[in-house]
Design a binder for this molecule. Structure first.
Ligand code: IPE
Ligand code: IPE
Ligand code: MG
Length: 250
């Protein structure tokens, strides 16, 4: 599409969701232990949070630990748990100063008290921030989310015949955010790996070979440029036929 002075400003997705994959391979390539890759992954995340805020993205959701990642060797799992606690302690003040609100989604009943408190304290301490909502998906799985939403709906006394998509959405872990507009997965794998299954029904998917520790503002810009070229239809006819601008999610 040709752009001129009358072109509308480029659309910025309100909500970007990222599967931060490739830390292990990044470290392997350097003959270093996988834990070093995870550490470098935290550094990349800190920069990408800043880049997202600078680009007026409202919601950034990152997959930090999946329901299935417990299958990894015990030392890698415990290393990831400690890294999370250390990273939050190290970066919380800066995130706070940058107006980042931290939210956590996932099954925290299965993590240690130390990790749970670190996550919930970060959430509580940043609750009033409004610039960017950073959701950390930790011990999260899309299937877990759907099941816990059903359980909560039942506990709230909602009968089966009253349960519809809008009602169930209210019980999903990310009910405070619009569905992701753009999904990015680094590391070259082309799969969702049980990330936001319910919420990604109409999300634009973007996959890159870039390993997560190498991802930065410039890589984010590539994904944003790709997103701008997508025509979102949400099941409608092509915008050109309908004579309307592509719909933007709520
Ligand atoms: C993603 O990187 C981080 C987590 C899953 C916690 P990986 O650890 O999966 O890195 P690769 O895919 O083995 O390179
Ligand atoms: C997805 O990456 C989970 C996170 C990035 C936290 P994985 O590396 O666990 O995914 P698979 O196993 O390759 O599908
Ligand atoms: Mg991986």
């Amino acid at each position: 599409m040709l752009m001129d002075a009358t072109s509308p400003p480029a659309r910025v997705p309100r909500h970007v969701a990222i599967v931060m994959d490739g830390n292990g391979r990044w470290a392997n390539k350097r003959f270093m232990p996988r834990g070093i890759g995870h550490k470098a992954g935290v550094d990349a995340l800190v920069k990408v949070v800043q880049a997202a805020a600078d680009r007026d993205i409202e919601f950034l959701t990152v997959f930090a630990f999946s329901s299935e990642n417990w299958k990894r060797p015990e030392d890698e799992v415990s290393g990831l748990m400690s890294l999370l606690v250390v990273a939050l302690a190290k970066h919380l003040l800066k995130l706070q100063a940058d107006g980042v609100r931290i939210r956590v989604v996932g099954d925290l009943t299965k993590v240690s008290d130390k990790v749970r408190h670190a996550l919930l304290d970060a959430q509580a301490n940043t609750v009033d921030n409004t610039r960017l909502t950073l959701t950390v998906a930790f011990n999260y799985g899309g299937r877990w989310d759907i099941v816990q939403a059903c359980q909560q709906a039942m506990l709230a006394g909602i009968e089966g015949d009253q349960l519809d998509e809008v009602t169930l959405s209210r019980f999903m872990a990310m009910s405070y955010a619009p569905d992701p507009d753009l999904f990015i997965r680094t590391g070259g794998e082309v799969r969702l790996s049980n990330f936001l299954l319910w919420q990604s029904a109409y999300t634009e998917l973007c996959f890159t070979d870039c390993l997560w520790p190498d991802f930065d503002g410039a890589e984010l810009d590539k994904a944003l440029a790709d997103f701008v070229m997508r025509e979102r239809r949400f099941g409608d006819v092509a915008a050109l036929d309908a004579g309307t601008a592509p719909a933007v999610s709520a």
